[in-house]
Write a protein that binds this ligand. Sequence first.
Ligand code: HEM
Length: 267
Amino acid sequence: MSSLVKKYIMAISGFVLSAFVFVHMIGNLQVFMPPSAINDYAYFLHHMLPWEVLWGFRFTLLAAVVLHVWTAIQLKIENAAARPQSYQVNASVVATPAARYMAFSGMIMLAFIVFHILHYTVRSTHPEFKMFMTMNDDGEKMFDAYAMMIYGFSSEFWYVSAFYIISMASLALHLSHGVSSMFQSLGLRNELWRYRLNAFAAFYGIVLFIGFSSIPAAVLISEKTGVQLLQTKPVLEGVKSWDKKSPIITNYENCLSCCPSSGKVTK
Ligand code: HEM
């Protein structure tokens, strides 16, 4: 396979992943709305989307990650073999820090993705996660993704929040070079557009960093200062009094679908 084809594969898989993270961030930011918003969203993804769509989407993401990493390794090996020593020294002088640390930031992202899927999709890191339950407007029992996110980023697991925030900084660094070089690989970047695309890529990385990191940061601020940006109190009290057998049902304040006052939740 030629280097050009590999560059195309890298750019297209990078595009799929960069678009996914933006949509994922918007979905996650619903955590700042009443808890029913993110819980209904999680319910929709798991129970209302046809399974072919959900698994087709997961397979596309997995294929994009595998192809992106594989072409990155291949191109790195080819570049190292083709490049004379003197150019290597020069290149590192002119390259931006984001460009120089692409492999490093990429490896942090890969480690993050593996941990993140075990943490929130497989839910194998905390036995409590599978016990968080709530009710929807129709009185159906459903998984409480809101409580899982609050507990997962609570101060008891401060090191998890720290790892997320470091990973989000790596993501921002990776994309601040990657988004612009994606256009270069596809032959869509000229000298005039280079600066604009570099600025857009940096902006995109910063937006993602702020959007994603705001979630663990808001959990810690709410828990430690009492400023309830998120409803940490009812979730953490529910975990404390959990009998290790029955579901953990949280009584949230100011929400329509999950308060005891709505008459739909029984303890
Ligand atoms: C603060 C940051 C983040 C939070 C709070 C978060 C939250 C979540 C949650 C709750 C899920 C489980 C969804 C479900 O099964 O209902 C999930 C799945 C996932 N997240 Fe994130 N996420 C974050 C950042 C990221 C980033 C930066 C990436 C990619 C680099 C990412 C990639 C994924 C993937 C691939 C899945 C699996 C999707 C699936 O189950 O089909 N997440 N995330």
